[in-house]
Design a binder for this molecule. Sequence first.
Ligand SMILES: NC(=O)c1ccc[n+]([C@@H]2O[C@H](COP(=O)([O-])OP(=O)(O)OC[C@H]3O[C@@H](n4cnc5c(N)ncnc54)[C@H](O)[C@@H]3O)[C@@H](O)[C@H]2O)c1
Length: 319
Amino acid sequence: MNILVTGGAGFIGSHLVQTLLLQGHKVITLDDLSAGREAFLQEAIHHENHTFIQGSVLNRTLIKQCIDQAEAVFHLAAVLGVKNTVDDPVKVIEGNIDGTRHVLELAFRRGIKVIFASTSEVYGKNTSLPFSETSDRVYGAPSIHRWCYATAKSIDEHLCFAFADKGLPVTVLRYFNAYGPRQMNSQYGMVIPRFIHAALSGQPLLVHGDGSQSRCFTYVDDTVRGTISALGRQADGLAFNIGSNRPTTVLQLARMIVKMTGSKSPIQFLSYEEAYGKGYEDMPARIPDLTRSSALLGFSPRVSLEDGIGRTIHWSRGK
Ligand SMILES: NC(=O)c1ccc[n+]([C@@H]2O[C@H](COP(=O)([O-])OP(=O)(O)OC[C@H]3O[C@@H](n4cnc5c(N)ncnc54)[C@H](O)[C@@H]3O)[C@@H](O)[C@H]2O)c1
């Protein structure tokens, strides 16, 4: 199959491209390299079935050229991370909505499948756990920038479902905290690369708040497997949670990383205000209900947190 992957030089995208090539697909990777790296495609770049195009999903002419050659699109290009969300909300809103609209409109013209990378952030601060795909969104006030990424991804989802009603085969995937090799420490303040970097360089691991907030950390191979399983027609017109359903608190995570790296780094606490400025809101927990993903996609996470963290530490040491 000829497949377009937007954001394919990023963390999840580069693993996805590699797996699609291994499965025998022809892949066009489109990425503006704003966050991604060509080096992440090292194993793909010289593959005869791979084409890399440096460019933006905001460039409609370019997207059209790519979509004209594709039979399916994995749309992962996005501006993400709590840090971007707080520091540059305009970039987050434009970067996430305009490109998705181009992709959906142009794919609709050709009737080709779109798989859209959404996020567990769309559930916001809903406290009824676990989140099923029909759970409510609960957000703070629009004056709090922290909610602009979730809002932008929600608008993207609305667009996906609107095009689904018109007949576009489109699937929405809500990723829960993916992690693994190639997730970078610097860009967005993602917790696992940040902790591993601190532990390996002898700096303190800075836990935001009291560390009791929990997340379901998902190894990238599981995320990619769930993503590819959405190519099937049974997934059309639906959203799916893709992630681990084992919650781990941020403090447990910090202790695990200190232990597994053998680091002497201390664990220190930083208030949300010190980390992100006034008015930051965080969710105490996020857990996916995997009933639908398991029934329709055959998805269940396979890599344990200990195993995944071990592989990520190994990669970080060799960087
Ligand atoms: N990592 C996670 O835990 C997580 C969780 C939920 C959802 N997601 C979603 O998964 C997708 C991939 O995330 P990731 O973690 O790999 O992040 P990432 O930043 O590594 O990947 C995004 C890629 O998109 C590219 N990009 C950004 N704007 C672009 C544009 N206008 N045109 C072309 N390329 C552009 C970046 O250069 C980058 O390579 C995103 O849509 C993200 O919102 C990720």
